[in-house]
Structures are given as structure tokens and as C-alpha cells.
Design a binder for this molecule. Structure first.
Ligand code: ATP
Ligand code: MG
Length: 234
């Protein structure tokens, strides 16, 4: 299977301190499902930010969708980012838009005719349990509800890659499982999925997923031969 992402000796340094991410060399196979784990501060969000091109590395090579993402001219970045669905750790919903309009954003950006937007948005709202909050502004939603809007927005346009940062950190276990099912169905349709999480139970729900473990900015398996979660039932 082709690699959708390839990192070679990537390092990331914020300011002048020590490297936050060090010697990252790995590849992600198109269509696969990955969990990214590691203690708080290990560098998960930083690694995901490199993946969705919000951050350039201090050194090394990153290839994304078969192209050099580090040398890429700035003008091409938005086109690349549209191929990636992102669930941010802090949600980043558009404050003046309703839940429904936040979720509809990627479809509108992709140019879907207005008449065709309501149906998929309604389906997504129902799936994440927010059918009765379609018109609510983000500020009037709970943290878990905002997180569900963020997830619906990230998946609705069926991106080529989904990057989700602690996407179930604010919801109850039942909803977490439902959201994971959403990621799983997207993955079955061909989307490469990368989910940062601390939730071991959740990881074991996707037996085919591979695990990437970060420890103080280093991948514990630096050769890129990613292992399966420890409690995986074969
Ligand atoms: N913009 C930034 N400027 C300077 N340092 C940063 C910045 N972002 C993150 N860091 C530092 O980089 C390290 C890794 O942070 P990161 O947010 O990637 O960790 P994380 O694994 O996502 O943690 P958590 O589980 O708490 O979300 C931390 O020491 C953090 O303080
Ligand atoms: Mg983080």
C-alpha cells in the first residue's frame, strides 16, 4: 500500500530550547488507522500539527500525499489542508456560526450546491447526538457538545486523511464509542485516520489499528515498524 505520509529525521524545536520532537522517521500507509499515544507533553499535538501542515519542522523531510511538504510554497498549503480533516484539541469552532453551519463549512468550501448540504449535515448532527442543537452557537454548547460538532465538521467531507487530537476527551464512554465508530466507518471508506488519545479502552476497539508511542518527543519505535496495541485480540 502506498504511503500517504513519510517523515525522515524530522525534528521540531520551538524557539531556542531543546527539540520538542526528535529524529522522527516513520511512514503512514494510505487507508490505515493509527493511534498516537504518549504522556502529556510528549509531543502528540506537535506531531499532529506537522501532519496537517500547521507547523513546519526545524529539520528533516516530510512527504505528504507524495509531495515534499516542507519545501512546498505557502500558496499551495490551503489546497493540501483541504484534503485533511482536523479535530483540534481545543475544537476551534467558528463562534458566530451555528452548530449546523460549522459542520457544513467543509462542504461549502468544497463548493457543494446549497440544496445538497442540509441532508448530510442533518445526518451528521443526528449521529453525534445534536439533532436538537442545530441552531446553537458554540458558546452555548457544553465542551462535549462542541467536541462533537468539531468531529462532525472534520469528517463530513470524507477527507483523505483525518487527524484527531484527543477527540473523545470531553464525552462520556458511550459517546466516545459512537464517535470511534464514525472514524472507523470513514476509515473503511478509505480515509487514513490518526487519533491521539490516552484512552486504552478506545484503542482496543479498533483491533486493526496500529499504535505510535511518543516518549519525550521520540517515537518509541523509531524504525517505523509500528506495533499493534498491547491488548489486541488476535
Ligand atoms: N507553541 C509552542 N511554543 C513553545 N513550546 C510549545 C508549543 N507547543 C508545545 N510546546 C511544548 O512542546 C511540548 C510538547 O507539547 P504538545 O502539546 O505537543 O504535547 P502533547 O503530547 O500534545 O500533550 P497533551 O497530552 O497535554 O496534549 C511541551 O513541552 C510544550 O510545552
Ligand atoms: Mg496535546
Amino acid at each position: 500500500m502506498a504511503n500517504i505520509v513519510q517523515f525522515d529525521n524530522v525534528g521540531l524545536r520551538y524557539g531556542t530550547g531543546a527539540e520538542t520532537l526528535t529524529d522522527l522517521s516513520f511512514s503512514l500507509a494510505a487507508g490505515s488507522f493509527y493511534f498516537l499515544t504518549g504522556a502529556s507533553g510528549a509531543g502528540k499535538t506537535s506531531l499532529l500539527r506537522l501532519l496537517y501542515l500547521a507547523q513546519r519542522p526545524s529539520r528533516g523531510v516530510i512527504r505528504l500525499f507524495g509531495e515534499d511538504a516542507v519545501m512546498m510554497p505557502r500558496s499551495r498549503l490551503p489546497g493540501f489542508r483541504r484534503r485533511i480533516g482536523v479535530v483540534f484539541q481545543d475544537f476551534r469552532l467558528v463562534p458566530h456560526l451555528s452548530a449546523a453551519d460549522n459542520i457544513a463549512l467543509p462542504l461549502r468550501i468544497a463548493g457543494m450546491p446549497e440544496a445538497e448540504i442540509a441532508e448530510p449535515v442533518g445526518e451528521m448532527l443526528a449521529w453525534v447526538g445534536l439533532a436538537d442543537r442545530a441552531d446553537a452557537r458554540p458558546a452555548t454548547l457544553s465542551g462535549g457538545e462542541q467536541q462533537r460538532v468539531a468531529i462532525a465538521r472534520a469528517v463530513i467531507a470524507r477527507p483523505e486523511m483525518l487527524v484527531a487530537d484527543e477527540p473523545t476527551g470531553n464525552v462520556d464512554p458511550e459517546m466516545a464509542e459512537r464517535l470511534l465508530l464514525l472514524f472507523d466507518s470513514l476509515n473503511r471508506l478509505g480515509t487514513t485516520v490518526v487519533v491521539a488519545t490516552h484512552d486504552l479502552h478506545l484503542m482496543n476497539r479498533i483491533p486493526s489499528a496500529q499504535m505510535m508511542r511518543l516518549d519525550k518527543g521520540r517515537l518509541l519505535d523509531p524504525t517505523g515498524m509500528l506495533r499493534h496495541p498491547p491488548a489486541r485480540a488476535q
